[in-house]
Design a protein. Structure first.
Length: 275
């Protein structure tokens, strides 16, 4: 599933191509991705509206419209976005879910092979409630070690599970949780309330660092993820633990352990470096 660096890369690619553009025509080919909005309402609201801002919240792409509504798309595992300067081919249309023809005849397309993603349409009140249920953004200046520790204060669950909880921290998923915990030399199963202040500081620095490095590499492409220009990310070549169970630790040489016991997801760690 695309995490913070992947969705941030996508919206940075899309913003200069979509902001200030008016939507002339909308075609929704599949409705099972819709959440709390009907097909007719989505089409009616988007048509004639101008896309004022393209941004990100957690793992979601946010399209703010001139009507003050926001269309929120979470691409999940197989979703992708592109702006086409020409008519789409039959192959490009195959998995297209939403097509927005702009006033200059370009086409903004949301494709989703397995249709695991979701589309929401929220008014201002709905947006306030939606964003209020999500934790702080780890790349914001206000995300300090103190704020991080306060957000997780009293949490007894495994630290890996805690930092992936979007209500506590926005945008961190399985890939970057594994990587950050390795960099911080913390066992993923350690109860969060057992972390010392020094360990919180190490983990805070590791989360920020790995997200910034992944963003600089346009994210991680393992299978389906593509940037907003259709390119593959490059951070998969820098992964130190994720997906490397059974291989040697890059730090100490001991074989990495892989388990699903912590949160039913693949967790890889070094039993020596992360004791």
């Amino acid at each position: 599933m695309p995490e913070l660096p992947e969705v941030e890369t996508i919206v940075r690619d899309l913003a200069p191509r979509l902001e200030g553009c008016r939507i002339a025509h909308v075609h929704l080919r599949k409705t099972d991705v819709l959440r709390q909005v009907s097909k007719s309402r989505l089409i009616k609201t988007l048509t004639g509206n101008t896309i004022e801002q393209v941004s990100r919240r957690a793992k979601h792409a946010v399209f703010r419209l001139s009507s003050s509504n926001r269309m929120i798309i979470q691409p999940r595992m197989t979703g992708s976005f592109l702006v086409h300067d020409r008519p789409l081919t039959r192959a490009e249309l195959k998995y297209a879910v939403l097509l927005c023809t702009l006033s200059d005849d370009r086409v903004f397309v949301y494709r989703d092979v397995r249709r695991l993603g979701t589309i929401w349409l929220l008014d201002e009140e709905g947006w306030i409630g939606y964003t209020g249920r999500i934790g702080p953004e780890p790349l914001d200046e206000t995300f300090t070690p103190f704020a991080f520790a306060h957000r997780l204060q009293g949490t007894r669950t495994a630290v890996k599970k805690a930092i992936m909880d979007q209500r506590r921290l926005a945008g961190v998923g399985n890939i970057y949780a594994n990587e950050a915990l390795f960099d911080a030399r913390l066992n993923p199963a350690k109860p969060t309330n057992k972390l010392s202040l020094e360990e919180f500081a190490r983990l805070h620095a590791a989360i920020v660092d790995v997200l910034q490095r992944a963003l600089a590499s346009s994210g991680t492409t393992l299978r389906n993820y593509r940037t907003g220009t259709g390119e593959r990310g490059r951070f998969q070549f820098e992964l130190r633990v994720y997906g490397r169970g059974g291989e040697k630790c890059v730090r100490c040489g001991k074989r990495l352990t892989a388990t699903h016991k912590i949160d039913l997801r693949a967790t890889t760690f070094c039993p020596r470096c992360q004791r």
